[in-house]
Design a protein around this ligand. Structure first.
Ligand SMILES: Nc1ncnc2c1ncn2[C@@H]1O[C@H](COP(=O)(O)OP(=O)(O)OP(=O)(O)O)[C@@H](O)[C@H]1O
Ligand SMILES: [Mg+2]
Length: 318
């Protein structure tokens, strides 16, 4: 084994951040550290405090307690610290009538990019976000995926060391999502620290180097996705039963009796079992006997989505 390289100094540290809105606690002692070249996905149910934490990191609110340090400075007190930050908000924030290149130039000018450096800065942002082929198209004529990448281009033109994306792939189709992911990976490989929130747990599992689960303003679980899943589930496998049609109440009771739980996807039920494929075979037989013939049964390793369910429903001692 080669020794671990010395870890780089953090770009961002949040220590014991506390915040309340109108007496209602929203952040209840959150710690977070980000280093150059890592992608961190902030997960958590609606209202968990993800956007509030991002606002605190961007210096848009000053938390009631705790510390935020961005490149060594408090962004709420030292506005220049925010120069090291690029933000891609959930809603596309671009000038719809301007082209992609014109948008990038506008953001670059706002960030203080000197005239002489402008053309190169715009070119670099277009290349890093793979939007060169749409440079001269007005934003309003772009697909959702291109708009998202154009928004990333506008957020990185001043070469921030930390890029924050709030729900970068909402409303973006699968192919376009992969293109967005590739852009995020490319930036990470250049040493940018990436902090993103997402409700897409498949994306978090494949893209993030670390994930953190925020629940009611507290970070209840944090780590590398594969390690967290392995720690929570050991050798258990997920059995997914895809039924041909919706079941009646009697069928539901029968499925629940088999330990199966409804998923968010229509007709798909799931359970965990250490016996994996063998258990799936037995389950298939029993379900057929009572007329609940599965269209398909899949056995797979548990995912971040399974872990998220446990954490959100407080079934995990976290
Ligand atoms: N400006 C505000 N004034 C009062 N309450 C607020 C304000 N902003 C957020 N909240 C409340 O704070 C809590 C956390 O909100 P926040 O937007 O940080 O959650 P979130 O994790 O980003 O949720 P989502 O996944 O829905 O985006 C929620 O209960 C929300 O209603
Ligand atoms: Mg939010």
């Amino acid at each position: 084994m080669t020794p671990e390289p010395p870890s780089k100094a953090p770009i961002l540290t949040v220590g014991a951040a506390v915040h309340a809105y109108g007496g209602k606690p929203v952040l209840r002692g959150v710690d977070l550290t980000l280093r150059p070249g890592e992608i961190y996905a902030l997960l958590g149910p609606n209202g968990a405090g993800k956007t509030t934490l991002i606002r605190a990191i961007c210096g848009r609110i000053r938390p009631d307690g705790g510390e935020v340090s961005l490149n060594g400075h408090d962004p709420a007190r030292v506005p220049s610290a925010r120069a090291g930050l690029g933000l891609v908000p959930q809603e596309i924030a671009l000038y719809q009538n301007l082209t992609v290149a014109e948008n990038i130039e506008t953001f670059a000018a706002l960030a203080g990019t000197p005239r002489a450096a402008m053309a190169a800065a715009v070119r670099r942002a277009l290349e890093l976000t793979r939007t060169v082929d749409r440079a001269h198209v007005p934003v309003k004529h772009l697909s959702g995926g291109y708009q998202r990448r154009a928004n990333i281009a506008a957020a990185i033109v001043h070469e921030p060391s930390l890029l924050i994306l709030d729900e970068p792939t909402v409303g973006v189709d699968i192919d376009a999502r992969e293109a967005v992911d590739a852009v995020i990976r490319g930036l990470r490989d250049l040493g940018v620290a990436v902090l993103m929130t997402t409700h897409d747990l498949d994306q978090a599992g494949t893209l993030a180097d670390r994930v953190g689960f925020l629940r009611e303003g507290q970070m209840v679980l944090e780590g590398e996705p594969r390690t967290l899943v392995a720690q929570a589930f050991g050798n258990q496998m997920e059995i997914m039963v895809h039924l041909a049609e919706e079941v009646d109440t009697a069928g539901e009771i029968r499925l629940a009796g088999e330990g199966l739980e409804r998923t968010r996807r229509a007709h798909i039920w799931t359970r965990l079992d250490a016996d994996g494929y063998a258990a799936a075979g037995r389950l298939d037989k029993r379900l057929r006997k009572v007329g609940l013939t599965p269209r398909e049964i899949r056995v797979r390793e548990p995912s971040l989505a399974n872990l998220f369910t446990l954490v959100a429903e407080r079934k995990l001692a976290a």
